[in-house]
Design a protein around this ligand. Structure first.
Ligand code: FES
Length: 132
């Protein structure tokens, strides 16, 4: 397993974000993942068993493959990328093999609406890791 020292990239708690309705809980049942485009950004939503919501970069850190097209194991919380089988723990936003971190967006449910916080910093909201 390749080790990479990489800080967990996510929105600073004090950062200015724009909350945008991305989907509804009717479209994202517990145990499901969903790819959405929010303000032009590809975002992967995960509604974990137990109710936690997470929002991560929608494109694999390796190449331009939608993470939501991968093989999702809801019981383990693990997603296997459809491109080259990189593994991600969507409970933490962490790479399992290789290690590293997905970019994490703030996410919340307001009634039935699932909202993603898009940083208004003009920055890059995804990570790229070197190819193995
Ligand atoms: S594109 Fe995801 S592992 Fe290569």
């Amino acid at each position: 397993m390749r080790e990479m020292a990489q800080k967990h990239a996510s929105v600073d708690a004090s950062a200015d974000v724009k909350w945008v309705a991305a989907t509804t809980l009717d479209e994202l049942w517990e145990g499901e993942i969903l790819d959405v485009e929010v303000e032009g950004e590809p975002v992967l939503l995960a509604h974990l068993p137990g109710g936690e919501l997470h929002a991560y970069q929608g494109i694999c850190p390796h190449q331009e493959i939608l993470l939501a097209d991968g093989d999702w194991n809801e019981d383990r919380g693990v997603l296997l990328c459809a491109g080259h089988n990189w593994e991600f723990d969507l409970r933490k936003g962490a790479g399992i093999n290789p290690t590293g971190c997905l970019y994490r967006y703030p996410v919340r449910a307001e009634g039935d609406s699932v909202q993603v916080g898009i940083p208004q910093d003009g920055g890059r909201h995804y990570n790229r890791w070197p190819a193995t």
